[in-house]
Design a protein around this ligand. Sequence first.
Ligand SMILES: Nc1ncnc2c1ncn2[C@@H]1O[C@H](COP(=O)(O)OP(=O)(O)OP(=O)(O)O)[C@@H](O)[C@H]1O
Length: 254
Amino acid sequence: MINGKNISFSYDKNQVLSNINIEAAAGNIVGLIGPNGSGKSTFLRILYATLESQSGTVFIDEVAISKISSRDLPLHLSVVAQEDTPVLPISVVEMVLLGRSPHRSSLQSYSKEDYQIVTNVLQRVGIRHLAERNFSDLSGGEKQRALIARALAQEANHLLLDEPTNHLDIHYQHEILQLVQSLGVTTIIVLHDLNLAARYCDEVVLLNEGKVVSSGSTKDVLVPDIIEPVYRMSVNTYYDKDCFQLIFSPERQA
Ligand SMILES: Nc1ncnc2c1ncn2[C@@H]1O[C@H](COP(=O)(O)OP(=O)(O)OP(=O)(O)O)[C@@H](O)[C@H]1O
């Protein structure tokens, strides 16, 4: 379980999060959605402890994150963040192997099992053929899949993803989210595409201007009355087999 309780945060005097609560129950996928600048990435950074909130607490399986050492945290929590590019040249396989480092001491070399896990996750995200390529030479979508592979190689049972479908073509957007769904890992995922959220998330938390506008089951939150004023778009819903989806059109000018 991942729990953020009463989280507030300001950059200097600019308050960007006010009293945010989120709960991802074991094995659930919770979507964090909201317009540009609503505070999603800031909130996610607080959840993985690269930013410290001025008030509130984050819990991983009911243990306050401040009580988990920085060495142990990656055993519990994998993260795919935005702008996560290595400074030094590194091959794809070396990059994904970094996901295994929390499982060994700094003096230990990677084991046969580590290499096997890395081969498996490269296969699962569809980039096994790129294993020996330089990471920084990959396309945006290939890089994104390598970063997801690294998070999977980490084998933590909690996952935070900041716009993992960024740069991915429509096939891989669905393939990666199906993969995340198949893991059964407790996940909080920032998504801009509300139809992907509708299809793959169990619950969503909708932020606007640093506040929670609505949270709960995906089908209760992603409804026109809630979505239209936040995104200033006209919204209709329809069912694609058993999954509801949204159709957007610009609001008519008066
Ligand atoms: N390092 C920073 N210093 C000061 N202000 C910041 C910083 N990072 C973000 N902000 C501001 O905090 C607010 C929330 O930004 P954040 O990136 O969390 O929003 P977001 O919902 O993830 O946006 P987007 O959908 O555009 O990625 C914005 O007004 C942004 O300008």
